[in-house]
Design a protein around this ligand. Structure first.
Ligand code: ADP
Ligand code: ZN
Length: 435
């Protein structure tokens, strides 16, 4: 039986959702026009006024915003209300450059926390649960977002923040954590650390995990589920739009439902900006329908995925997005071939390796060098010496089949690749140093 945090809206008919979106977008465009001169100028450049936007079917006329606009307008240029009405800032983790600062009124915090509460309930969360937040607290949205949602659901919230693995494990075991929230890479690390301390998955009370903030593969999901003895749910979001909870997985685990009553979504061709029909792969673009302080319209996320409106057996009617397998700017171009780190992760886990790896790119005599360092597990390690070259060759072959180009694989000792407590650093690109 599905449970919902806000059943009426989560299971509303398509017509009802459209009606809400149409009403909100008209109000929101007027709000932005009146309060955000930066965007008003962009609209004027296209000859638009608020009167041109009569519903969501007109959204495609509006100009896009990109991360570059956010940097240009830093810090207050896209603020939609007086600072005195704001109660919070959060900031991106700066994975791909200068940090972006987002502002929130109390209304904006409330709607964001409702979204994370929906995600927690979709993962089976109730007031009976002990929910451990091991996302970072502070400027990063992970900690604050899940913390707020957990309170709303009424879970006993453990505000651990990231890091201090020893203490995470102690609290998890002593207080009987049932739901764990953190990045997938940290969940894998916690699983590994529990095993090292002699715990088997049955020893903990964990039931579910809500993991996101970075790309992760289905193989990684299975690895975490086995290590922790849980069902692992995906959650997606970005600071610019609010934070985690823009979309979340239900028990069906076939894509993440986007909270369409707050965020209007489009998929575009990243090269041309053309809006693509449902089912086609492209870049996600979000319009905040009712945020006050940071009301971004048509924000280009650079996250690549596919949308589906197929009926979901959980009863939720909101559109689903596939797991973004990397941003358009995560894509590596190595010797002219497009490579996503997630493709490498898939091969490694399928071949029985750990998800601890690092990709190192460099340039030698005008040619890209492509090295993949992969940790072996302790049991693989014992008989490794005689086998090492053979295993490396096999893995190189499997990677070549997936990628179309051949990396040099280096199997390395257990624990030699630095673990991440937040978002994992998978790529070290030294080529930029030579440009
Ligand atoms: P930064 O851009 O500095 O990483 P954020 O911390 O706001 O800033 O991260 C948002 C980005 O994280 C998203 O745009 C997306 O690329 C990635 N992300 C978030 N959740 C997921 C997820 N579940 N799967 C894949 N990628 C995700
Ligand atoms: Zn569903």
């Amino acid at each position: 039986m599905s449970r919902y945090y806000q059943q009426e809206i989560e299971t509303a008919s398509r017509e009802k959702i459209l009606e809400i979106q149409n009403e909100k977008i008209v109000r929101q465009v007027r709000h932005v026009w009146d309060n955000v001169p930066y965007y008003r100028h962009l609209m004027e450049e296209k000859g638009l006024t608020p009167a041109d936007i009569r519903g969501v079917e007109d959204i495609h006329k509006l100009p896009f915003l990109s991360k570059a606009d956010l940097r240009d307008a830093y810090p207050y240029g896209l603020l939609g209300t007086d600072l005195k009405n704001c109660v919070r800032i959060q900031s991106t983790s700066g994975t791909t450059g200068k940090r972006v600062v987002a502002f929130y009124t109390q209304h904006d915090v409330d709607l964001w926390e409702e979204c994370t509460a929906r995600a927690i309930v979709a993962a089976g969360g109730t007031e009976e649960d002990v929910l451990q937040v091991a996302y970072g607290y502070g400027l990063f949205t992970g900690g604050a977002g899940l913390h707020g949602g957990s309170h709303r659901v009424g879970c006993l919230t453990l505000p651990m923040s990231s890091g201090n693995t020893e203490r995470q494990i102690q609290f998890m075991m002593d207080l009987g954590t049932t739901i764990l929230c953190c990045t997938p890479s940290y969940a894998a690390y916690l699983g590994e650390s529990l095993a090292e301390r002699g715990y088997s998955p049955e020893d903990n009370r964990l039931r579910a995990g809500i993991f996101g903030a970075e790309p992760w593969t289905e193989e990684m999901r299975r690895d975490i589920e086995a290590k922790l003895g849980i069902k692992a749910y995906d959650i997606y979001g970005l600071t610019e739009i609010s934070g985690p909870g823009v979309a979340f997985e239900c028990e069906e685990q076939h894509g993440m439902h986007i909270n369409e009553d707050h965020f209007y979504v489009e998929i575009i061709n990243p090269e041309t900006g053309e809006v693509l029909p449902e089912g086609e792969k492209g870049e996600l673009v979000f319009t905040c329908l009712d945020k006050e302080a940071f009301p971004l319209l048509r924000y280009r996320t650079r996250d690549i995925c596919v949308l589906s409106r197929k009926k979901c057996s959980c009863g939720r009617t909101h559109v689903r997005m596939t797991k973004p397998m990397g941003r358009s700017d995560d894509m590596l171009i190595i010797r002219g071939v497009n490579v996503f780190p997630s493709q490498i992760e898939t091969v490694l886990l399928n071949e029985g390796y750990t998800p601890n790896y690092q990709i190192v790119l460099d340039r030698e005599r005008n040619t890209d060098t492509f090295d993949v360092y992969v940790e072996v597990s302790a049991n693989q390690f014992s008989d490794l010496m005689s086998q090492i070259q053979k295993m490396e060759k096999n893995l190189e072959g499997a990677l070549r089949t997936m990628l179309g180009i051949s990396p040099k694989v280096h199997l390395v000792a257990p624990k030699s690749i630095t673990r991440s407590e937040g978002k994992a650093v998978r790529v070290i690109d030294k080529r930029k140093l030579h440009d």
